[in-house]
Write a protein that binds this ligand. Structure first.
Ligand code: ADP
Ligand code: MG
Length: 753
């Protein structure tokens, strides 16, 4: 049973144009019978029906809908009720223009979860025959007249055999003959279930209604059982009664029997020729009568060879409608999305294919916004991942001991060396802050000519390296083998030195070359073979030991060594009178050594700390400088997307209001729209994104990269693509979210405006 209590509703509450559309309405509806809501236009009938069917909410009041007691509007509950229990016949039909008549009706069966094709067909075909629309089942609703659309709308409401039929002036757009047929069906349904019918036609109300509730200005002014069991005065214009006409003439021959009837004696002369050619019957009619109609299936006219007799009430109400055909209580039901992904995709795809100039402009805007997003994300990523390693000038694992903390106090260099030696079991090197003597140290071309190396080459030690640190080649095995850093080869150095002249095109081409001192070519102790290339980007030569290092810097001559032991070399470096020179120590477990020295009271830091700090500052500064641009670029792109998706949604608002009125869940509508967004994004924003990534990638691989370098890798592309889709979905669904917050009735009224 349905009952509503103390419903109160205002439109435009608190404003000047406020309307008290429902004023303390309380009503109980029985489980069957035809209840007519009768009232003049504007009295609030539609609003009351909308509230009873969950299309609209009230400001006050309670609704009991069979098992549901509803005091606060919840769209999900009402969607379920409308889908399963209510057949709603709207005043304006609300058919789906892109579906056939058959599919419009079948749609609501799918909504309640009937998937079996045969079951759907039986029911839809039966109800379409009942409302006289079977012949039109393949037509689209836009090809139908108003009356025909109303019949389909009625079929759609009846086909799921609902508990309640809600009908808002269902015959308002029908002529009297159709009104009769439809009302007879509606009446017969009310034998088993509740029909709530809204009309402003008193005659209709008193002929069909079991109970008549009169409404005026949002108030119930009368509520009575209908006792006037009058025969109604509708004449059936659908039938031609031959016996009521004058038979003007009658011809009969072997192949033709022709009769001529008219509804008056004054018949204008009429000439008819019947011609059969190519199995086609041609009628050639010469007459002053302009209106000529053919009687066939589609003309809806019946010719009877009898007199018209006024029918009794019982005879008028005869119909063949049998709702047991529609009963689905024993069917298997499982709900799927009624707007299937496939369907949504094709709708979106067709829309895309039919884009006009405006649509194409929109795609171009999306593409540009995709490009902006790509630029902004890649730019930001490049800034945030700026690598301090590119700025290193020596192996980052060297620890730096402040000279003041050992030079004078703390036992001096000797104590430091003892400490380091003890902590590392002798596995360490001390960095000598001297450059290779590159003016003399050159590549021996073997023909008496030499090729200079870059200046500013640092000397490090091969002890620092593992095979893993090498870009190519191997580690040195003796004092006459050296490793060069990748930086020696790097493009700028290469261009400076024209190594290509001597056949060095790639870093590994250095391997096998011999470095020699120009003044001591023949001295085997001063010739060094390159055996490997390290990955370091700065310019360095890795020496095998201190002796090699001293020789390479031309600081010590092998022939007259100043120091005879490693320890002496080390101390000489640390004791250097230049008090600004800190000690740089390398050992494989450099962090442990750092800790140990710190604990022993030395001032220690990582040699790379300054570079790391500098890099972080640079990242912070550039991030700050670019953040605003990034926000503007991405925000601008998304704003454009929002407005375009909003206008796309507005173009679909009719479809959406029909879905919502029928009880299609919001989730389904969201996902249908999401399919469109994903498709649009793929053919516009994604292409723009890819294009910009490609351009920036090409840029970064060209000589221009020294000015602006972009870092592009799989992860930023993946992130960007996900961002583009997620942002477009979120922004694109936003206008839909704002719309779907409204009740179906509110959506309908925003469509009507
Ligand atoms: P009926 O169906 O009896 O003709 P309605 O229920 O459609 O009446 O409307 C009742 C009154 O409420 C009318 O005055 C109408 O103009 C007004 N009304 C209906 N819908 C809205 C709306 N969405 N916003 C403002 N006023 C409305
Ligand atoms: Mg109305």
């Amino acid at each position: 049973m349905i009952s509503v209590k103390h419903l109160d509703k205002h439109f435009n509450r608190g404003k000047k144009n406020s309307i008290h559309v429902l004023n303390d309405v309380s009503l109980d509806f029985p489980n069957k019978g035809l209840v007519v809501l009768l009232g003049p236009s504007g009295s609030g009938k539609t609003t009351l029906l909308n509230v009873i069917g969950g299309l609209d909410k009230v400001q006050k009041g309670q609704i009991d809908f069979f098992d549901h007691n509803i005091s606060h509007y919840k769209s999900a509950i009402w969607d379920k009720i409308r889908t399963e229990e209510v057949g709603y016949i709207f005043q304006n039909y609300y058919l789906m223009p892109n579906l056939s008549v058959f599919d419009n009706v079948a749609f609501v069966l799918k909504m309640i979860g009937i998937q079996d094709k045969n079951e759907i067909e039986t029911r839809v075909n039966y109800i379409l025959k009942q409302v006289g629309m079977y012949r039109f089942r393949k037509k689209r609703s836009t090809q139908l007249s108003g009356g025909q659309q109303q019949r389909v709308a009625i079929a759609r409401a009846l086909v799921k055999n609902p508990k309640v039929i809600i009908a808002d002036e269902p015959t308002g757009n029908l002529d009297s003959k159709n009104t009769l047929e439809i009302m007879n069906i509606v009446k017969s349904i009310s034998a088993n279930k509740l029909v709530v019918l809204v009309t402003h036609e008193k005659e209709l109300a008193s002929f069909y209604g079991d109970r008549i509730v009169e409404i005026k200005d949002g108030k119930i002014i009368n509520d009575d059982q209908n006792t006037t069991l009058q025969d109604h005065a509708f004449s059936n214009d659908n039938t031609i009664y031959l016996k009521d006409l004058v038979e003007v003439s009658n011809l009969e021959s072997k192949n033709l029997k022709a009769s001529f009837y008219a509804d008056s004696d004054e018949v204008l002369p009429t000439q008819v020729r019947l011609i059969i050619k190519n199995k086609t019957l041609y009628l050639d009619i010469q007459s002053d009568i302009q209106k000529i109609k053919l009687l066939n299936e589609e003309s809806h006219m019946v010719v009877k060879d009898e007199h018209f007799t006024k029918k009794t009430r019982e005879e008028m109400l005869v119909t063949t409608f049998d709702d047991s055909v529609l009963d689905h209580s024993n069917l298997d039901k499982h709900k799927k999305f009624t707007i299937s992904f496939k369907n949504s995709f094709w709708i979106a795809f067709r829309k895309l294919m039919n884009f006009g100039r405006k649509g194409k402009l929109m795609l171009a805007i999306f593409m540009i916004s995709g490009m902006l997003v790509a630029f902004a994300t890649i730019n930001m990523y490049s800034i945030l991942t700026k690598d301090y390693k590119d700025a290193l000038t020596m192996d980052e694992r060297y620890i730096q001991v402040n000279k003041n903390s050992f030079y004078q106090g703390n036992g001096g260099a000797s104590a430091l060396l003892d400490k380091v030696n003890g902590e590392t079991s002798g596995d360490y090197v001390i960095y000598m802050e001297r450059l290779a003597a590159s003016n003399q140290l050159r590549i021996d071309l073997g023909n008496g000519a030499f090729k200079s190396l870059a200046s500013n080459i640092k000397i490090e030690y091969s002890k620092q390296l593992k095979q893993n640190d090498l870009y190519a080649g191997r580690l040195p095995l003796n004092a006459n083998e050296i490793v060069l850093s990748y930086g020696v080869y790097s493009k700028d150095v290469l261009n400076d030195q024209n190594f290509q002249d001597i056949g060095i095109w790639r870093p590994e081409d250095f391997i096998g070359e011999v470095l020699a001192f120009s003044g001591a070519l023949s001295d085997p102790q001063k010739r060094y073979t390159v055996v490997g290339i390290s990955k370091a980007k700065y310019i360095a030569i890795y020496a095998y030991d201190y002796k090699t290092a001293f020789t390479l810097t031309n600081f010590d001559s092998i022939n007259s060594p100043s120091y005879t032991t490693t320890r002496q070399y080390e101390e000489s470096i640390l004791q250097s009178s230049n008090a600004s020179l800190d000690a740089y120590i390398f050992t494989p477990n450099y962090l442990e050594l750092k800790q140990a020295l710190e604990d022993a009271g030395y001032m220690v830091k990582l040699s790379s700390q300054a570079v790391i700090d500098q890099n972080n500052i640079a990242i912070a500064q550039q991030t700050a400088a670019n953040l605003l641009i990034t926000i503007f670029l991405i925000g601008g792109g998304l704003l454009a997307f929002y407005f375009v998706m909003r206008s796309s949604m507005i173009s679909r608002i009719y479809e959406i209001s029909v879905y919502r009125a029928l009880g299609v869940r919001k989730l389904e509508i969201y996902s249908s729209f999401a399919v469109e967004i994903i498709l649009l994004t793929t053919v516009s924003s994604l292409i723009g994104f890819g294009l910009m990534s490609f351009i920036l990638g090409a840029f970064s691989n060209s000589p221009l990269r020294t000015f602006i370098g972009f870092r592009i890798d799989f992860f930023i592309i993946l992130f960007g693509v996900i961002f583009v889709y997620a942002a477009n979905l979120l922004i694109g669904l936003l206008p839909m979210g704002l719309l779907l917050r409204k009740t179906p009735a509110q959506i309908i009224s925003s469509y009507d405006i």
